[in-house]
Design a protein around this ligand. Structure first.
Ligand code: HEC
Length: 274
């Protein structure tokens, strides 16, 4: 009996120990067999080089990393049948990154890299957080070239998976086919998928676990005014403040006023389905 209690206690203690950053792995699944990498394997990768990012989106300053080009890890992208990379972070953030955005890096577009934290030389903590962006972080060289957005830089990256594009996976994300071709909600749909879906589900569509679902139980446009929504997207702190607030402000570099209007139009159109 004593042995069983001891055993139980041991199992309980080990299960309760959180994984430290150096134990965390990155899983790449683009074919039949997923590949699991440790940080040590990445640091020793033949294609790993020092990389300086002048304006890092998460650290808000210049950063130098050891990094491996994402295209080198993917191999021959033309063999990948699916058109989207689902980039999943360990905190519930999940960005749907078009494969084409990554492959364009070979022909003059923005270049995606996987930066790897060296456990013996840890990165600083992220602003307003108690941890660094490691051990794996997807960063972009020349992000302006392909208009890479702030939500396409997932830190604390745990997995990259080849998937179908979001509208085919979750048809309810699509505005109705009959909507006017120049209706702003059409542009809003693409902007929502790029900027909001990484943290918010919409009426069950999506896989993020950071922020609330914006479509159910009650669509956000049923209790927010358009002006309130616009203000919240531009700067959540202009609407409400509290210590654990997590939604980022979208500056004019990320979304123009017209982009924000398009996202609000999209949420309004989808809210009318209820
Ligand atoms: C990095 C994650 C993240 C991104 C990206 C993000 N949000 Fe949020 N959002 C949150 C979180 C978390 C909350 C809950 C409140 C908080 O902690 O700030 C929230 C709250 C909200 C709310 C308030 C909901 C309510 O009922 O109070 C709205 C509306 C909203 N977000 C809309 C958006 C839109 C639209 C976008 C895209 C332009 C977006 N968010 C992008 C994380 C995010």
């Amino acid at each position: 009996m004593i042995m069983r209690v001891l055993l139980f206690l041991l199992v309980w203690i080990f299960a309760a120990v959180p994984l430290s950053a150096s134990d965390r792995t990155l899983t790449l699944s683009f074919g039949s067999v997923p590949r699991v990498y440790t940080a040590a394997e990445f640091l020793a990768h033949p294609k790993a080089v020092p990389l300086t990012i002048p304006k890092d989106v998460s650290y808000h300053r210049e950063m130098t990393y050891r990094a491996v080009p994402l295209l080198a890890l993917l191999g021959d992208v033309s063999r990948i049948a699916l058109n989207t990379i689902e980039a999943r972070a360990s905190d519930g953030f999940v960005s749907q990154i078009p494969l084409e955005l990554v492959s364009r890096g070979a022909t003059g577009g923005s270049v995606a890299w996987i930066a790897v934290e060296n456990p013996t030389k840890p990165w600083p903590n992220l602003p307003d957080r108690r941890e660094s962006g490691g051990p794996f972080y997807l960063v972009w060289e020349h992000p302006k070239r392909s208009n890479v957005g702030s939500e396409q830089w997932p830190f604390a990256l745990a997995a990259l998976t080849g998937v179908d594009d979001p509208v085919r996976r979750w048809p309810r994300l699509a505005v109705d086919a009959g909507l006017a071709a120049d209706h702003p909600a059409r542009r809003g749909q693409a902007l929502f998928i790029k900027n909001c879906l990484p943290c918010h589900r919409l009426s069950g569509a999506g896989v993020a676990e950071m922020g609330p679902d914006l479509g159910q139980p009650m669509p956000v446009t049923h209790y927010f005014t358009a002006a309130g929504l616009r203000a919240l997207i531009r700067d959540p702190k202009s609407v409400r403040t509290w210590p654990r607030q997590q939604m980022p402000a979208f500056g004019a570099d990320d979304l123009t006023d017209a982009d924000i209007d398009a996202i609000v139009a999209y949420l309004t159109v989808l809210g009318e389905r209820h």
